[in-house]
Design a protein around this ligand. Structure first.
Ligand code: EPU
Length: 476
């Protein structure tokens, strides 16, 4: 194995450095035992720009035009990868986005005992040799929220697990009480010591789990834990996001017995430990990345064909975008779904509130607020999932947006135009919103904190540049 020149990327996060190595066939491997990590690059963990951190510059360039392939969903693929803990053998996941979070999840799963390789771009082969170490260490868990998704599979598979407690996020606290209460109802015992959550259950049993709120992560953990539980588990008020449905389909392909997929009541009949088999699965397309290209056209104008955008995963968002004056037309080419988005007028303001699926996702909100910043009129945006998720508003105000926040509400008074300035990405979705804002701003917008964008966006800069945006990524 030789070290690749330009293909080598370094992720130097708050605690970890990951060297990506290239094998002879171009597949990327990590230095921790030869498994795959996808080629990404990201900057250092500190908040201010330091040497080596890439930046993105964006200038207003007028209409966008062309075709964009929508990549696979981050919030699905990470869970599919974790689900591979359940079945011995080699599963294959396709439509895998080239994002930093896939690399971090790969590292976590390797530490637990899986082997990951990428025989070709966008494909991950995950081998579970059966001999697992059910420990998720702090250095990895703190970097990626989805690490909590190893809890359910490891507990049901190994009977015990030691997981570093996940911290909060830049947009606020992210408790896991519903995950714990659900697993306790299934017979698990928890204790916390030295920052670690220790869970034990020789064999979980089926239970009625009723969520106060349809948590995505808690639904996924109870679902995966229930796969080998003794008897029937019923999850009421389950999350229905397309990414949860994608996980259900993967589990069913592995041999799990799940009813009610896509509804608020999931019924799982436990099967014998060891009876799941590896499966092949294509990751559902990323509705948040699709929404990002919609927002780009909405503020810059023009027409894009988004290939593999699933309109039926974004119904409520599309309705609000149509209210704002964006034209959206689903199409199918050669059996592949897509969405044509065009906009030739100034946007109209409309009120929006975030809700669990099928409502408008909180992850769309920074994009929506950016659109409203240049719309005609005043709009009220209400955040119902993460009250603190407004930090990027300060950055939009630096670009000339008129936004006031009060608790979990924002009042956005649309301006004819924004004006470019240096801004910072505070999280993945906020970072994408800064890029979109740059398309609506006179002059140059310079975005730091690009590592956040790299966590969840597969070549956002390249995809936008290919359809006419004046956008450049500058590696220091
Ligand atoms: N909540 C609790 N207790 C729990 C679990 C959740 O109070 O035990 C609360 C949360 O604090 C929050 C709400 O319930 O207020 C929603 O949390 P949920 O569990 O649904 O979110 P998650 O599973 O932690 C996923 C996505 C997020 C996305 C949310 C909501 C992943 C890895 N993350 O998080 O995506 O915002 O669902 O749709 O799937 C992103 O991709 O940038 C991102 C943050």
């Amino acid at each position: 194995m030789e070290q690749a020149g330009p293909g080598v990327a370094e992720i130097v996060g708050t605690a970890v450095a990951v060297d990506l190595m290239s094998s002879h066939d171009g597949a990327l491997t990590s230095r921790h035992g030869g498994s795959i990590l996808l080629p990404v690059s990201a900057g250092p963990g500190s908040e201010s720009r330091v040497d080596g951190e890439p930046i993105i510059t964006v200038r207003r360039a007028g209409d966008l035009s062309g075709r964009v392939m929508v990549p696979g969903a981050k919030n699905s693929v990470l869970k599919l990868m974790a689900a591979c803990l359940l079945a011995d053998g080699t599963s294959e996941i396709s439509n895998v986005p080239r994002i930093a979070d896939v690399s971090i999840m790969s590292e976590l799963l390797e530490a637990i005992g899986l082997r990951l390789e990428s025989p070709e771009t966008g494909v991950l082969r995950v081998t579970n040799p059966g001999d697992l170490t059910p420990v998720a260490p702090y250095e990895l868990v703190e970097r990626i929220r989805a690490s909590i998704n190893v809890l359910g599979p490891l507990l049901t598979r190994c009977g015990h697990v030691r997981l570093s407690l996940p911290g909060g996020d830049d947009f606020g606290a992210r408790p896991i009480d519903m995950h714990i209460a659900g697993l306790e109802a299934m017979g698990a015992e928890f204790k916390v010591s030295h920052g670690y959550l220790e869970a034990r259950a020789d064999r979980l049993h089926g239970a009625e789990v009723v969520f106060d709120f349809p948590s995505v992560g808690a639904t996924e953990n109870i679902l995966t834990a229930a796969v080998f539980a003794d008897g029937v588990t019923r999850i009421d008020n389950a999350a229905r996001e397309p990414e949860v449905v994608d996980l259900c389909r993967f589990l069913v392909a592995m041999g799990a017995d799940i009813e009610g997929v896509g509804t608020a009541t999931l019924t799982v009949r436990g099967v014998e430990r060891g009876s799941l088999r590896p499966a092949t699965h294509r990751t559902v397309p990323d509705r948040v990345q699709a929404a990002t290209y919609i927002a780009a056209v909405a503020v810059a104008g023009g027409e894009l064909e988004m290939v593999d955008a699933h309109a039926n995963h974004m119904d409520m968002l599309l309705a609000r975008c149509r209210d704002m004056g964006v034209d959206l037309e689903p199409f199918t080419t050669d059996g592949v779904e897509g969405l044509r988005v065009s906009c030739s007028q100034r946007l109209r303001a409309t009120d929006v509130q975030t809700l669990p699926y099928p409502g408008i996702a909180t992850d769309y909100k920074p994009l929506i607020i950016t659109m409203l910043s240049v719309a005609d009129g005043v709009a009220i945006v209400t955040e119902n999932l993460y009250p603190g998720r407004f930090r990027y508003v300060e950055e939009l105000i630096r670009l000339g947006a008129d936004i006031r926040t009060d608790g979990h509400h924002a009042v956005v008074r649309g301006q004819p135009r924004l004006s470019g300035a240096p801004v910072r990405a505070h999280d993945i979705r906020a970072g994408a919103a800064m890029v979109v804002a740059g398309l609506a701003a006179e002059g140059t917008t310079t975005i730091s904190g690009v590592r956040h964008i790299d966590r969840g966006y597969d070549d956002l800069v390249g995809r936008l540049a290919a359809v006419g945006a004046d956008i450049t990524r500058v590696e220091d």
